[in-house]
Design a protein around this ligand. Structure first.
Ligand code: ZN
Ligand code: ZN
Length: 305
């Protein structure tokens, strides 16, 4: 169904609001919104596990190869605490991006009864997705991996094994930011370590043998450099998209905006929630463990099949 005559207006969503604010209030959809979100995609799961492995590897090298053998107590403590806090924030942002419903439109809601309940005026046209048989809100796109239409879909990211959309974009932005920060921190620490090892005795600058130390640190430098480049570019692109109120798909398709654009700070506020505050960089904001446990108990994970 294609028309430019009428646009089905989507109810305003906010990432920090309750997650069961689906625009359709039928019981089956309310049930779906109450379940934990997880995409069962082999490639995505491998990439997500690899991300965790690489962060844990970096943490191991920073802590056990560089900081613990260091003779400067405060240098080790301050850098150790900082690096581990950033690593925890990065992994928490990763989990929240992966396990948060990105804004999926209920599957198969384009039923006759539902269409009738919308009480459309004559001539009004709404969009229907032929793949998941759902009514497609404005700016929603179908993801072939999630097998769902996703509101304000930006792209599907295998590293977080999920789509980046209306409801989880802020966690994805935080994930790229914290990974870029720990990568930069690891590279700086590697630089200091090489400097102190070259100046002093290689056998004294680490508890590991010099060849093992060099191999571990070279891998960490490569990892840090690749991840810093990739996530810094991604972070910049995401902030640019948010400030222009345009998703990656809309940018690639050069779609003319038919929606009311929220530019710059308005765009940032709509994605991160409210006025600028420390909550913006907190991946735990809006997280309720009790609610999650209740959901897991009630319906188990909602797998994409
Ligand atoms: Zn669809
Ligand atoms: Zn997807």
């Amino acid at each position: 169904m294609q028309s430019s005559g009428h646009r089905f207006r989507d109810i305003e969503h906010h990432p920090l609001l309750a997650e069961n604010d689906s625009y359709d209030s039928s019981s089956s959809e309310a049930d779906m919104a109450d379940r934990v979100w997880f995409i069962r995609d082999g490639c995505g799961m491998v990439c997500a596990v690899m991300t965790w492995f690489l962060v844990v590897y970096a943490d191991f090298v920073v802590t056990f190869v560089m900081l613990l053998p260091s003779k400067d107590f405060w240098y080790s403590v301050i850098n150790g605490v900082l690096f581990n806090c950033l690593a925890v924030l990065a992994l928490s942002s990763h989990l929240r991006t992966m396990l948060t419903d990105p804004g999926a439109v209920p599957k198969g809601n384009a039923t006759k009864e539902y269409m009738e309940s919308l009480q459309l005026k004559p001539g009004e046209v709404i969009y229907k997705c032929p793949k998941c048989c759902s009514i497609k809100p404005e700016r929603a796109h179908h993801c072939s991996i999630c097998k769902r239409c996703i509101r304000k879909m930006d792209h599907h990211c295998p590293w977080v094994n999920n789509c980046v959309g209306e409801k989880n974009q802020r966690f994805f932005v935080l994930f790229t930011m914290y990974i870029a920060l720990i990568s930069a921190h690891a590279l700086i620490l590697c630089g200091f370590q090489f400097f102190s090892c070259v100046r002093g005795q290689w056998t004294e600058c680490s508890d590991f043998s010099p060849p093992v130390t060099v191999i571990l640190m070279v891998f960490l430098c490569l990892e840090g450099f690749l991840f810093l480049t990739f996530t810094a570019v991604m972070f910049g692109t995401q902030i640019h998209s948010i400030c222009n109120d345009e998703t990656e798909i809309e940018r690639l398709k050069s779609e003319k905006p038919t929606w009311e654009r929220r530019l710059r700070w308005e765009g940032m506020k709509s994605v991160f929630g409210g006025q600028p505050s420390l909550l913006w960089i907190n991946p735990f904001a809006g997280f309720r463990i009790r609610q999650l446990l209740l959901r897991a108990k009630k319906g188990g994970p909602e797998f994409s099949v």
